[in-house]
Ligand binder design. Structure first.
Ligand code: TEU
Ligand code: CA
Length: 574
Protein backbone atom coordinates (compact mmCIF):
# COMPACT_ATOMS: atom_id res chain seq x y z
CA UNK A 1 0.00 0.00 0.00
CA UNK A 2 1.80 2.90 -1.45
CA UNK A 3 1.03 5.61 1.00
CA UNK A 4 0.48 3.50 4.10
CA UNK A 5 2.46 4.86 6.98
CA UNK A 6 3.74 7.77 4.94
CA UNK A 7 2.04 10.72 6.57
CA UNK A 8 4.55 13.19 5.21
CA UNK A 9 2.81 13.25 1.86
CA UNK A 10 1.21 16.41 0.68
CA UNK A 11 -2.46 16.37 -0.21
CA UNK A 12 -4.29 18.41 -2.83
CA UNK A 13 -8.05 18.72 -2.54
CA UNK A 14 -8.03 15.77 -0.15
CA UNK A 15 -6.02 13.54 -2.51
CA UNK A 16 -2.59 12.31 -1.49
CA UNK A 17 -0.15 13.40 -4.18
CA UNK A 18 1.49 10.67 -6.25
CA UNK A 19 3.41 10.85 -9.51
CA UNK A 20 1.01 8.38 -11.11
CA UNK A 21 -1.99 10.59 -10.36
CA UNK A 22 -0.37 13.56 -12.07
CA UNK A 23 1.03 11.56 -14.98
CA UNK A 24 -0.39 11.04 -18.46
CA UNK A 25 0.28 7.50 -19.71
CA UNK A 26 0.79 6.37 -23.29
CA UNK A 27 0.22 2.73 -24.17
CA UNK A 28 2.53 1.06 -26.67
CA UNK A 29 1.37 -2.23 -28.20
CA UNK A 30 4.79 -3.17 -29.54
CA UNK A 31 3.79 -5.61 -32.28
CA UNK A 32 2.19 -2.80 -34.30
CA UNK A 33 4.18 0.25 -33.23
CA UNK A 34 7.39 0.30 -35.30
CA UNK A 35 9.38 -2.45 -36.98
CA UNK A 36 13.13 -1.84 -37.06
CA UNK A 37 14.49 -4.88 -38.90
CA UNK A 38 12.07 -5.47 -41.74
CA UNK A 39 10.50 -8.68 -40.44
CA UNK A 40 7.09 -6.99 -40.40
CA UNK A 41 6.73 -7.12 -36.60
CA UNK A 42 7.12 -4.08 -34.39
CA UNK A 43 9.96 -4.40 -31.90
CA UNK A 44 11.77 -2.71 -29.03
CA UNK A 45 14.42 -0.93 -31.14
CA UNK A 46 11.45 0.41 -33.11
CA UNK A 47 9.93 1.82 -29.92
CA UNK A 48 13.24 3.46 -29.05
CA UNK A 49 13.41 5.03 -32.51
CA UNK A 50 9.98 6.59 -31.98
CA UNK A 51 10.32 7.76 -28.38
CA UNK A 52 10.46 11.42 -29.32
CA UNK A 53 7.02 11.16 -30.91
CA UNK A 54 5.76 10.12 -27.47
CA UNK A 55 7.93 12.46 -25.39
CA UNK A 56 7.02 15.49 -27.51
CA UNK A 57 3.38 15.00 -26.56
CA UNK A 58 4.41 15.71 -23.00
CA UNK A 59 3.39 12.33 -21.61
CA UNK A 60 5.04 11.17 -18.41
CA UNK A 61 4.94 7.41 -18.59
CA UNK A 62 4.71 4.58 -21.07
CA UNK A 63 2.80 1.35 -20.53
CA UNK A 64 4.38 -1.32 -22.69
CA UNK A 65 2.06 -4.20 -23.61
CA UNK A 66 3.67 -7.67 -23.23
CA UNK A 67 7.19 -7.86 -24.58
CA UNK A 68 7.90 -11.35 -23.23
CA UNK A 69 8.72 -14.64 -24.85
CA UNK A 70 5.40 -16.03 -26.07
CA UNK A 71 3.92 -18.38 -28.65
CA UNK A 72 1.51 -15.49 -29.38
CA UNK A 73 -1.88 -17.17 -29.54
CA UNK A 74 -3.09 -13.99 -27.82
CA UNK A 75 -0.43 -11.61 -29.10
CA UNK A 76 1.82 -11.85 -26.08
CA UNK A 77 -0.84 -12.17 -23.35
CA UNK A 78 0.22 -15.83 -23.22
CA UNK A 79 3.65 -15.63 -21.59
CA UNK A 80 6.09 -18.52 -22.03
CA UNK A 81 8.87 -16.99 -19.94
CA UNK A 82 8.30 -14.03 -17.62
CA UNK A 83 12.00 -13.19 -17.57
CA UNK A 84 12.77 -13.30 -21.27
CA UNK A 85 12.17 -10.78 -24.04
CA UNK A 86 10.32 -12.23 -27.05
CA UNK A 87 12.81 -12.92 -29.85
CA UNK A 88 10.64 -10.97 -32.32
CA UNK A 89 10.83 -7.91 -30.03
CA UNK A 90 14.61 -8.00 -29.55
CA UNK A 91 16.93 -8.84 -26.67
CA UNK A 92 17.21 -8.05 -22.99
CA UNK A 93 19.89 -5.52 -23.98
CA UNK A 94 17.28 -3.84 -26.18
CA UNK A 95 14.88 -3.73 -23.26
CA UNK A 96 17.53 -2.20 -21.01
CA UNK A 97 18.29 0.36 -23.71
CA UNK A 98 14.58 1.20 -23.95
CA UNK A 99 14.31 1.70 -20.20
CA UNK A 100 17.38 3.95 -20.23
CA UNK A 101 16.11 5.93 -23.21
CA UNK A 102 12.69 6.43 -21.60
CA UNK A 103 14.33 7.66 -18.38
CA UNK A 104 16.72 9.87 -20.32
CA UNK A 105 13.67 11.70 -21.64
CA UNK A 106 12.32 12.18 -18.13
CA UNK A 107 9.59 9.59 -18.56
CA UNK A 108 8.78 6.37 -16.71
CA UNK A 109 8.08 2.89 -18.00
CA UNK A 110 5.63 0.32 -16.71
CA UNK A 111 5.37 -3.19 -18.10
CA UNK A 112 2.38 -5.48 -18.51
CA UNK A 113 2.15 -8.41 -16.09
CA UNK A 114 -0.01 -11.29 -17.20
CA UNK A 115 -0.16 -13.48 -14.11
CA UNK A 116 -3.73 -14.71 -13.99
CA UNK A 117 -2.55 -17.22 -16.58
CA UNK A 118 0.59 -18.17 -18.46
CA UNK A 119 1.15 -19.88 -21.77
CA UNK A 120 0.74 -23.66 -21.80
CA UNK A 121 4.32 -23.63 -23.11
CA UNK A 122 5.61 -22.04 -19.90
CA UNK A 123 8.01 -24.45 -18.13
CA UNK A 124 5.76 -24.33 -15.04
CA UNK A 125 2.79 -25.68 -16.99
CA UNK A 126 4.84 -28.23 -18.90
CA UNK A 127 5.92 -29.61 -15.53
CA UNK A 128 2.47 -29.26 -14.00
CA UNK A 129 0.72 -31.23 -16.74
CA UNK A 130 3.32 -34.02 -16.82
CA UNK A 131 1.70 -36.05 -14.04
CA UNK A 132 -0.57 -35.79 -11.01
CA UNK A 133 2.50 -36.27 -8.85
CA UNK A 134 4.41 -33.38 -10.40
CA UNK A 135 5.81 -31.00 -7.79
CA UNK A 136 4.16 -28.16 -9.69
CA UNK A 137 0.84 -29.91 -10.30
CA UNK A 138 -1.06 -27.44 -8.13
CA UNK A 139 0.53 -24.36 -9.71
CA UNK A 140 -2.39 -24.54 -12.18
CA UNK A 141 -6.05 -25.32 -11.67
CA UNK A 142 -6.70 -29.03 -12.22
CA UNK A 143 -9.94 -30.88 -11.61
CA UNK A 144 -11.45 -34.25 -12.48
CA UNK A 145 -14.27 -34.06 -15.01
CA UNK A 146 -17.94 -34.76 -14.43
CA UNK A 147 -19.76 -37.79 -15.85
CA UNK A 148 -16.88 -40.12 -15.12
CA UNK A 149 -14.37 -37.60 -16.36
CA UNK A 150 -15.88 -37.11 -19.79
CA UNK A 151 -17.43 -33.67 -19.17
CA UNK A 152 -15.83 -30.48 -17.86
CA UNK A 153 -15.96 -29.97 -14.08
CA UNK A 154 -18.47 -27.11 -14.31
CA UNK A 155 -20.16 -24.74 -16.76
CA UNK A 156 -17.51 -22.01 -16.76
CA UNK A 157 -16.89 -20.51 -20.16
CA UNK A 158 -13.77 -19.20 -21.81
CA UNK A 159 -13.88 -15.55 -22.92
CA UNK A 160 -12.39 -16.81 -26.16
CA UNK A 161 -15.16 -19.36 -26.80
CA UNK A 162 -16.18 -22.77 -25.55
CA UNK A 163 -15.64 -24.25 -22.10
CA UNK A 164 -13.10 -22.79 -19.66
CA UNK A 165 -11.79 -26.33 -19.15
CA UNK A 166 -9.60 -28.49 -21.36
CA UNK A 167 -9.09 -32.21 -20.83
CA UNK A 168 -5.48 -33.23 -20.75
CA UNK A 169 -4.69 -36.66 -22.14
CA UNK A 170 -1.66 -37.25 -19.92
CA UNK A 171 -3.77 -37.64 -16.77
CA UNK A 172 -7.39 -37.43 -17.91
CA UNK A 173 -7.88 -34.38 -15.66
CA UNK A 174 -9.12 -30.99 -16.79
CA UNK A 175 -7.27 -27.69 -16.48
CA UNK A 176 -8.91 -24.34 -16.33
CA UNK A 177 -8.41 -21.53 -18.84
CA UNK A 178 -10.57 -18.41 -18.67
CA UNK A 179 -9.02 -17.34 -21.96
CA UNK A 180 -7.56 -19.55 -24.72
CA UNK A 181 -6.76 -23.19 -23.97
CA UNK A 182 -3.14 -22.25 -24.49
CA UNK A 183 -3.56 -19.80 -21.57
CA UNK A 184 -3.99 -22.02 -18.47
CA UNK A 185 -4.93 -20.15 -15.28
CA UNK A 186 -2.26 -20.09 -12.60
CA UNK A 187 -3.42 -21.33 -9.21
CA UNK A 188 -2.99 -18.46 -6.76
CA UNK A 189 -4.07 -20.83 -3.96
CA UNK A 190 -0.65 -22.46 -4.20
CA UNK A 191 1.78 -20.54 -2.07
CA UNK A 192 4.87 -21.61 -4.01
CA UNK A 193 3.14 -20.58 -7.24
CA UNK A 194 2.37 -17.16 -5.79
CA UNK A 195 5.95 -16.80 -4.60
CA UNK A 196 7.26 -17.66 -8.07
CA UNK A 197 4.91 -15.12 -9.67
CA UNK A 198 6.01 -12.44 -7.22
CA UNK A 199 9.62 -13.29 -7.91
CA UNK A 200 9.11 -12.83 -11.64
CA UNK A 201 7.51 -9.46 -10.98
CA UNK A 202 10.37 -8.34 -8.75
CA UNK A 203 12.79 -9.19 -11.57
CA UNK A 204 11.36 -6.25 -13.55
CA UNK A 205 11.09 -3.87 -10.61
CA UNK A 206 14.72 -4.61 -9.81
CA UNK A 207 15.58 -3.58 -13.35
CA UNK A 208 14.05 -0.22 -12.62
CA UNK A 209 10.61 -0.28 -14.21
CA UNK A 210 8.14 2.01 -12.48
CA UNK A 211 5.36 -0.47 -11.91
CA UNK A 212 2.93 -2.74 -13.70
CA UNK A 213 -0.27 -2.82 -15.61
CA UNK A 214 -1.80 -5.98 -14.17
CA UNK A 215 -3.72 -7.99 -16.75
CA UNK A 216 -7.19 -9.26 -15.70
CA UNK A 217 -5.92 -9.11 -12.14
CA UNK A 218 -9.38 -9.41 -10.58
CA UNK A 219 -9.70 -13.00 -11.84
CA UNK A 220 -6.90 -14.52 -9.74
CA UNK A 221 -9.02 -15.86 -6.90
CA UNK A 222 -11.12 -18.90 -7.78
CA UNK A 223 -13.87 -20.40 -5.64
CA UNK A 224 -12.33 -23.69 -4.40
CA UNK A 225 -15.76 -25.36 -4.64
CA UNK A 226 -15.84 -24.71 -8.41
CA UNK A 227 -19.63 -24.36 -8.57
CA UNK A 228 -21.60 -23.76 -11.76
CA UNK A 229 -22.31 -20.09 -12.46
CA UNK A 230 -24.96 -18.61 -10.22
CA UNK A 231 -27.93 -17.85 -12.55
CA UNK A 232 -27.47 -14.07 -12.30
CA UNK A 233 -23.95 -14.34 -13.73
CA UNK A 234 -24.64 -16.68 -16.64
CA UNK A 235 -24.79 -13.90 -19.19
CA UNK A 236 -21.88 -11.88 -17.79
CA UNK A 237 -19.44 -14.35 -16.22
CA UNK A 238 -16.77 -11.68 -15.81
CA UNK A 239 -18.64 -10.38 -12.76
CA UNK A 240 -18.51 -13.82 -11.24
CA UNK A 241 -14.82 -14.41 -11.94
CA UNK A 242 -13.84 -10.98 -10.61
CA UNK A 243 -15.52 -11.70 -7.30
CA UNK A 244 -13.32 -14.49 -5.99
CA UNK A 245 -13.22 -15.08 -2.23
CA UNK A 246 -9.51 -14.30 -1.71
CA UNK A 247 -9.00 -11.54 -4.26
CA UNK A 248 -8.29 -8.79 -1.77
CA UNK A 249 -5.98 -10.97 0.29
CA UNK A 250 -3.98 -12.17 -2.73
CA UNK A 251 -3.56 -8.64 -4.01
CA UNK A 252 -2.43 -7.36 -0.61
CA UNK A 253 0.11 -10.17 -0.58
CA UNK A 254 1.34 -9.16 -3.98
CA UNK A 255 1.57 -5.50 -3.01
CA UNK A 256 3.60 -6.31 0.08
CA UNK A 257 5.90 -8.93 -1.43
CA UNK A 258 6.52 -7.32 -4.80
CA UNK A 259 6.38 -3.57 -4.19
CA UNK A 260 7.84 -3.53 -0.68
CA UNK A 261 6.64 0.00 -0.10
CA UNK A 262 8.14 1.55 -3.23
CA UNK A 263 6.04 4.27 -4.89
CA UNK A 264 5.73 2.33 -8.10
CA UNK A 265 2.36 2.02 -9.67
CA UNK A 266 -0.09 -0.90 -9.64
CA UNK A 267 -2.53 -0.25 -12.46
CA UNK A 268 -5.04 -3.06 -12.32
CA UNK A 269 -7.17 -4.12 -15.23
CA UNK A 270 -10.59 -4.57 -13.70
CA UNK A 271 -12.68 -6.48 -16.23
CA UNK A 272 -15.70 -7.67 -14.23
CA UNK A 273 -15.29 -5.34 -11.25
CA UNK A 274 -18.40 -3.18 -10.88
CA UNK A 275 -17.73 0.34 -9.61
CA UNK A 276 -19.15 -0.18 -6.13
CA UNK A 277 -16.70 -3.02 -5.58
CA UNK A 278 -13.74 -1.16 -7.02
CA UNK A 279 -13.35 1.33 -4.19
CA UNK A 280 -11.94 -1.17 -1.70
CA UNK A 281 -9.28 -2.39 -4.14
CA UNK A 282 -7.92 1.10 -4.72
CA UNK A 283 -8.72 2.83 -1.43
CA UNK A 284 -5.98 5.32 -0.62
CA UNK A 285 -3.65 3.88 1.97
CA UNK A 286 -5.34 0.49 2.32
CA UNK A 287 -6.16 -0.78 -1.15
CA UNK A 288 -3.63 -3.15 -2.73
CA UNK A 289 -3.87 -1.43 -6.12
CA UNK A 290 -3.45 2.23 -7.04
CA UNK A 291 -6.00 2.55 -9.79
CA UNK A 292 -8.09 0.42 -12.07
CA UNK A 293 -8.84 0.34 -15.75
CA UNK A 294 -12.62 0.36 -15.53
CA UNK A 295 -14.80 -1.14 -18.25
CA UNK A 296 -17.93 0.85 -17.42
CA UNK A 297 -17.49 3.45 -20.14
CA UNK A 298 -15.47 1.65 -22.78
CA UNK A 299 -17.80 -1.37 -22.86
CA UNK A 300 -21.02 0.52 -22.25
CA UNK A 301 -22.32 -0.20 -25.74
CA UNK A 302 -22.00 -3.98 -25.51
CA UNK A 303 -24.74 -6.54 -25.22
CA UNK A 304 -22.50 -9.49 -24.44
CA UNK A 305 -18.96 -9.97 -25.70
CA UNK A 306 -19.30 -9.14 -29.38
CA UNK A 307 -22.76 -7.64 -29.79
CA UNK A 308 -23.07 -3.87 -30.06
CA UNK A 309 -25.95 -1.77 -28.76
CA UNK A 310 -26.53 1.96 -29.09
CA UNK A 311 -26.29 3.94 -25.87
CA UNK A 312 -27.82 7.38 -25.23
CA UNK A 313 -25.30 10.00 -24.08
CA UNK A 314 -26.83 10.48 -20.59
CA UNK A 315 -26.12 6.81 -19.84
CA UNK A 316 -22.49 7.24 -20.87
CA UNK A 317 -22.10 10.43 -18.84
CA UNK A 318 -23.59 8.86 -15.73
CA UNK A 319 -20.55 6.57 -15.46
CA UNK A 320 -18.37 9.54 -14.54
CA UNK A 321 -20.79 10.89 -11.97
CA UNK A 322 -20.98 7.40 -10.47
CA UNK A 323 -17.20 7.26 -10.34
CA UNK A 324 -17.05 10.56 -8.52
CA UNK A 325 -19.66 9.36 -6.04
CA UNK A 326 -18.22 5.90 -5.46
CA UNK A 327 -14.50 6.60 -5.64
CA UNK A 328 -14.62 10.22 -4.48
CA UNK A 329 -11.53 11.59 -2.82
CA UNK A 330 -10.47 8.40 -1.10
CA UNK A 331 -9.55 6.41 -4.18
CA UNK A 332 -8.10 7.00 -7.61
CA UNK A 333 -8.98 5.84 -11.12
CA UNK A 334 -7.63 5.65 -14.65
CA UNK A 335 -9.32 7.21 -17.65
CA UNK A 336 -9.26 4.52 -20.29
CA UNK A 337 -11.54 4.97 -23.28
CA UNK A 338 -9.45 3.02 -25.75
CA UNK A 339 -6.72 0.39 -25.80
CA UNK A 340 -5.58 -2.68 -27.72
CA UNK A 341 -8.83 -4.52 -26.83
CA UNK A 342 -11.28 -1.96 -28.13
CA UNK A 343 -12.25 -0.13 -31.30
CA UNK A 344 -10.47 3.09 -32.22
CA UNK A 345 -11.37 6.04 -30.01
CA UNK A 346 -12.62 8.33 -32.78
CA UNK A 347 -14.61 5.56 -34.49
CA UNK A 348 -16.10 4.43 -31.19
CA UNK A 349 -17.16 7.69 -29.53
CA UNK A 350 -16.65 10.29 -32.26
CA UNK A 351 -17.31 10.53 -35.99
CA UNK A 352 -14.48 9.17 -38.12
CA UNK A 353 -15.85 10.41 -41.45
CA UNK A 354 -13.84 13.03 -43.38
CA UNK A 355 -15.94 15.95 -42.16
CA UNK A 356 -15.64 15.50 -38.39
CA UNK A 357 -12.73 13.10 -37.82
CA UNK A 358 -10.21 15.69 -36.69
CA UNK A 359 -12.66 17.77 -34.70
CA UNK A 360 -14.27 14.83 -32.91
CA UNK A 361 -10.85 13.29 -32.18
CA UNK A 362 -9.85 16.63 -30.62
CA UNK A 363 -13.04 16.49 -28.55
CA UNK A 364 -12.15 13.00 -27.34
CA UNK A 365 -8.66 14.20 -26.50
CA UNK A 366 -10.29 16.96 -24.45
CA UNK A 367 -12.52 14.41 -22.71
CA UNK A 368 -9.64 12.04 -21.97
CA UNK A 369 -7.45 14.77 -20.53
CA UNK A 370 -10.04 16.62 -18.47
CA UNK A 371 -11.99 13.80 -16.85
CA UNK A 372 -10.96 12.91 -13.33
CA UNK A 373 -8.35 10.15 -13.23
CA UNK A 374 -5.04 9.27 -14.83
CA UNK A 375 -5.42 9.46 -18.60
CA UNK A 376 -4.11 6.64 -20.74
CA UNK A 377 -3.62 7.49 -24.41
CA UNK A 378 -3.49 4.50 -26.75
CA UNK A 379 -1.02 4.54 -29.64
CA UNK A 380 -2.50 6.01 -32.79
CA UNK A 381 -5.38 7.78 -31.06
CA UNK A 382 -3.15 10.85 -30.78
CA UNK A 383 -3.26 11.12 -34.58
CA UNK A 384 -6.93 10.15 -34.87
CA UNK A 385 -6.49 6.66 -36.34
CA UNK A 386 -9.76 4.99 -37.36
CA UNK A 387 -11.36 1.54 -37.45
CA UNK A 388 -10.15 -0.73 -40.25
CA UNK A 389 -12.56 -1.80 -43.02
CA UNK A 390 -12.56 -5.52 -42.13
CA UNK A 391 -15.05 -7.37 -44.33
CA UNK A 392 -14.85 -11.14 -43.82
CA UNK A 393 -13.95 -13.21 -40.76
CA UNK A 394 -10.68 -14.10 -42.50
CA UNK A 395 -9.67 -10.42 -42.43
CA UNK A 396 -9.50 -10.58 -38.65
CA UNK A 397 -6.64 -11.96 -36.56
CA UNK A 398 -7.87 -11.91 -32.98
CA UNK A 399 -8.58 -15.16 -31.08
CA UNK A 400 -11.48 -13.49 -29.31
CA UNK A 401 -13.40 -12.68 -32.50
CA UNK A 402 -12.60 -16.09 -33.99
CA UNK A 403 -13.69 -17.89 -30.81
CA UNK A 404 -16.97 -15.99 -30.84
CA UNK A 405 -17.43 -16.91 -34.53
CA UNK A 406 -17.16 -20.62 -33.70
CA UNK A 407 -19.47 -20.31 -30.67
CA UNK A 408 -22.15 -18.32 -32.45
CA UNK A 409 -21.94 -18.57 -36.23
CA UNK A 410 -20.62 -22.09 -36.67
CA UNK A 411 -23.26 -23.39 -34.28
CA UNK A 412 -25.99 -21.58 -36.23
CA UNK A 413 -27.02 -19.37 -33.28
CA UNK A 414 -26.60 -16.24 -35.34
CA UNK A 415 -26.19 -15.45 -39.03
CA UNK A 416 -22.75 -14.58 -40.40
CA UNK A 417 -23.92 -11.19 -41.63
CA UNK A 418 -25.40 -10.14 -38.30
CA UNK A 419 -22.33 -11.36 -36.46
CA UNK A 420 -19.92 -9.56 -38.78
CA UNK A 421 -21.84 -6.28 -38.53
CA UNK A 422 -21.54 -6.41 -34.77
CA UNK A 423 -17.97 -7.66 -34.71
CA UNK A 424 -16.95 -4.77 -36.92
CA UNK A 425 -18.12 -2.40 -34.20
CA UNK A 426 -16.57 -4.28 -31.30
CA UNK A 427 -13.46 -6.05 -32.59
CA UNK A 428 -10.14 -5.75 -30.82
CA UNK A 429 -8.36 -5.87 -34.18
CA UNK A 430 -9.10 -2.23 -35.08
CA UNK A 431 -6.56 -1.18 -32.48
CA UNK A 432 -3.94 -3.60 -33.77
CA UNK A 433 -3.34 -2.38 -37.31
CA UNK A 434 0.03 -0.76 -37.94
CA UNK A 435 0.80 2.62 -36.40
CA UNK A 436 0.68 5.17 -39.23
CA UNK A 437 3.90 7.15 -39.27
CA UNK A 438 3.83 8.62 -42.77
CA UNK A 439 2.15 8.41 -46.17
CA UNK A 440 4.81 6.07 -47.62
CA UNK A 441 4.70 2.28 -48.11
CA UNK A 442 3.17 0.47 -45.10
CA UNK A 443 2.72 3.86 -43.44
CA UNK A 444 6.37 3.79 -42.42
CA UNK A 445 5.70 0.91 -40.03
CA UNK A 446 7.92 -1.61 -41.79
CA UNK A 447 10.12 -1.99 -44.85
CA UNK A 448 9.06 -5.64 -45.02
CA UNK A 449 5.67 -7.34 -45.15
CA UNK A 450 3.57 -6.17 -42.18
CA UNK A 451 2.24 -8.95 -39.94
CA UNK A 452 -1.23 -7.35 -40.07
CA UNK A 453 -3.15 -4.80 -42.11
CA UNK A 454 -2.11 -1.21 -42.70
CA UNK A 455 -5.11 1.11 -42.88
CA UNK A 456 -5.69 2.52 -46.40
CA UNK A 457 -6.29 5.99 -44.91
CA UNK A 458 -2.62 6.42 -43.97
CA UNK A 459 -2.17 8.85 -46.88
CA UNK A 460 -3.99 11.45 -44.78
CA UNK A 461 -3.98 9.97 -41.28
CA UNK A 462 -0.34 9.77 -40.26
CA UNK A 463 2.04 11.12 -37.65
CA UNK A 464 4.21 13.12 -40.03
CA UNK A 465 1.23 15.05 -41.37
CA UNK A 466 -0.19 15.52 -37.88
CA UNK A 467 3.06 16.89 -36.50
CA UNK A 468 3.33 19.34 -39.38
CA UNK A 469 -0.20 20.72 -38.88
CA UNK A 470 -0.76 22.97 -35.89
CA UNK A 471 -4.51 22.24 -35.92
CA UNK A 472 -4.02 18.46 -35.84
CA UNK A 473 -5.18 15.94 -33.28
CA UNK A 474 -1.54 15.44 -32.23
CA UNK A 475 -1.09 19.08 -31.29
CA UNK A 476 -4.45 19.10 -29.51
CA UNK A 477 -3.15 16.28 -27.29
CA UNK A 478 0.07 18.19 -26.75
CA UNK A 479 -1.72 21.38 -25.68
CA UNK A 480 -4.23 19.53 -23.51
CA UNK A 481 -1.46 17.65 -21.73
CA UNK A 482 0.32 20.95 -21.08
CA UNK A 483 -2.90 22.52 -19.79
CA UNK A 484 -3.49 19.58 -17.47
CA UNK A 485 -0.03 19.99 -16.01
CA UNK A 486 -0.59 23.70 -15.46
CA UNK A 487 -3.98 23.35 -13.74
CA UNK A 488 -4.12 21.28 -10.53
CA UNK A 489 -7.93 21.23 -10.68
CA UNK A 490 -7.72 19.20 -13.89
CA UNK A 491 -5.83 16.54 -11.92
CA UNK A 492 -7.19 16.64 -8.39
CA UNK A 493 -10.34 18.72 -8.80
CA UNK A 494 -13.83 17.44 -8.09
CA UNK A 495 -15.92 16.43 -11.09
CA UNK A 496 -19.47 17.69 -11.54
CA UNK A 497 -21.73 17.17 -14.54
CA UNK A 498 -23.84 20.28 -15.20
CA UNK A 499 -26.19 18.80 -17.79
CA UNK A 500 -26.56 15.10 -16.99
CA UNK A 501 -29.72 14.68 -19.07
CA UNK A 502 -28.67 16.51 -22.22
CA UNK A 503 -28.63 14.06 -25.14
CA UNK A 504 -25.88 15.87 -27.07
CA UNK A 505 -23.79 17.95 -24.66
CA UNK A 506 -21.38 16.88 -21.95
CA UNK A 507 -20.75 19.96 -19.80
CA UNK A 508 -18.79 19.49 -16.58
CA UNK A 509 -16.58 21.30 -14.18
CA UNK A 510 -13.37 20.35 -12.43
CA UNK A 511 -12.88 22.35 -9.28
CA UNK A 512 -10.64 22.93 -6.32
CA UNK A 513 -12.27 25.70 -4.30
CA UNK A 514 -12.40 28.85 -6.41
CA UNK A 515 -10.14 27.38 -9.09
CA UNK A 516 -12.31 25.75 -11.69
CA UNK A 517 -12.36 24.71 -15.31
CA UNK A 518 -15.54 24.29 -17.28
CA UNK A 519 -15.45 21.76 -20.12
CA UNK A 520 -18.16 21.73 -22.79
CA UNK A 521 -18.31 18.99 -25.39
CA UNK A 522 -20.85 18.66 -28.16
CA UNK A 523 -20.82 14.90 -28.65
CA UNK A 524 -23.09 14.98 -31.67
CA UNK A 525 -23.23 15.93 -35.32
CA UNK A 526 -25.77 18.72 -34.67
CA UNK A 527 -25.32 22.22 -33.30
CA UNK A 528 -26.34 22.61 -29.66
CA UNK A 529 -26.37 25.32 -27.03
CA UNK A 530 -26.46 25.70 -23.27
CA UNK A 531 -26.68 28.50 -20.75
CA UNK A 532 -23.57 29.59 -18.86
CA UNK A 533 -23.66 27.58 -15.65
CA UNK A 534 -23.98 29.46 -12.40
CA UNK A 535 -20.69 30.84 -11.18
CA UNK A 536 -18.92 30.61 -14.54
CA UNK A 537 -19.88 34.01 -15.99
CA UNK A 538 -16.68 35.81 -16.94
CA UNK A 539 -14.58 32.66 -17.20
CA UNK A 540 -11.79 32.84 -19.79
CA UNK A 541 -11.78 30.59 -22.84
CA UNK A 542 -8.54 28.59 -22.93
CA UNK A 543 -8.96 25.97 -25.65
CA UNK A 544 -11.35 25.45 -28.57
CA UNK A 545 -11.13 22.03 -30.28
CA UNK A 546 -7.72 21.68 -28.68
CA UNK A 547 -6.46 24.95 -30.20
CA UNK A 548 -5.77 28.22 -28.38
CA UNK A 549 -8.58 30.59 -29.34
CA UNK A 550 -8.04 33.71 -31.44
CA UNK A 551 -10.55 35.75 -29.46
CA UNK A 552 -11.22 35.20 -25.79
CA UNK A 553 -14.47 36.89 -24.84
CA UNK A 554 -15.43 36.07 -21.28
CA UNK A 555 -18.09 33.39 -20.88
CA UNK A 556 -21.64 34.80 -20.73
CA UNK A 557 -25.22 34.01 -21.66
CA UNK A 558 -26.04 31.25 -24.07
CA UNK A 559 -23.18 29.30 -25.63
CA UNK A 560 -23.52 27.77 -29.10
CA UNK A 561 -21.44 24.78 -30.01
CA UNK A 562 -21.04 23.50 -33.53
CA UNK A 563 -21.06 19.72 -34.14
CA UNK A 564 -18.27 17.98 -32.21
CA UNK A 565 -17.03 21.28 -30.79
CA UNK A 566 -15.11 21.17 -27.53
CA UNK A 567 -14.18 24.09 -25.31
CA UNK A 568 -12.50 24.71 -21.99
CA UNK A 569 -12.92 27.84 -19.86
CA UNK A 570 -11.09 28.71 -16.71
CA UNK A 571 -12.13 30.76 -13.70
CA UNK A 572 -9.25 32.86 -12.50
CA UNK A 573 -9.70 31.59 -8.94
CA UNK A 574 -8.83 33.42 -5.81
O1 TEU B 1 -8.02 -8.29 -21.52
C1 TEU B 1 -8.98 -8.39 -20.56
C2 TEU B 1 -10.28 -8.64 -21.04
O2 TEU B 1 -10.88 -9.48 -20.46
C3 TEU B 1 -10.90 -7.89 -22.19
O3 TEU B 1 -10.38 -6.67 -22.43
C4 TEU B 1 -10.88 -8.81 -23.33
O4 TEU B 1 -11.09 -8.19 -24.54
C5 TEU B 1 -11.86 -9.87 -22.99
O5 TEU B 1 -11.64 -10.96 -23.76
C6 TEU B 1 -13.29 -9.42 -22.98
O6 TEU B 1 -13.80 -9.05 -24.22
C7 TEU B 1 -6.72 -8.60 -21.16
C8 TEU B 1 -5.79 -8.15 -22.25
O7 TEU B 1 -5.84 -6.75 -22.34
C9 TEU B 1 -6.19 -8.83 -23.52
O8 TEU B 1 -5.48 -8.38 -24.62
C10 TEU B 1 -5.98 -10.31 -23.29
O9 TEU B 1 -6.44 -11.02 -24.40
C11 TEU B 1 -6.71 -10.82 -22.05
O10 TEU B 1 -6.55 -9.98 -20.93
C12 TEU B 1 -6.14 -12.14 -21.65
O11 TEU B 1 -4.83 -11.98 -21.19
CA1 CA C 1 10.83 -6.41 -36.21
Amino acid sequence: MTAAGDTSRETVNGHVRHWWKEAVFYQVWPRSFQDSNGDGIGDIPGVIARLDHIADLGVDAIWLSPHYDSPNVDNGYDVRDYRAVGAEFGTMADFDALLAAVKARGMRLIVDMVVNHSSDEHAWFVESRASKESGRRDWYVWHPGRDGGAAPPNDWRSFFGGSAWARDDATGEWYMHLFHEKQPDLNWESEPARAAIFDAMRFWLDKGVDGFRLDVIAFVSKDPAFPDYPPRHRDAPEYYHADGPRLFEHLCDMRREVYRGADKVALGEAFGVPLPRAARLVAEGSGPLDMLIHFDAVRIDRAGMWRWKPVPLPVFKRVFTDMERLLGRTAWRAVSLSNHDNPRLVSHFGDDGPRWRVRSACLLATLTLTLKGTPIVYQGDEIGMTNYPFATIEDYDDVEGKGAWSDWVETGKVGAQEFLENLWRTSRDHARTAMQWDDGPNAGFTTGTPWFHVHPDHGTVNAAAARADDASVYHAYRRLIALRKARPELVYGDFRDHLPDDPRLFVYERRIGADACLVALNMSGEAASFATPEGFAGAALVLVDGVSPQKTEPLAGSVDLEPWDSRIWRLPGS
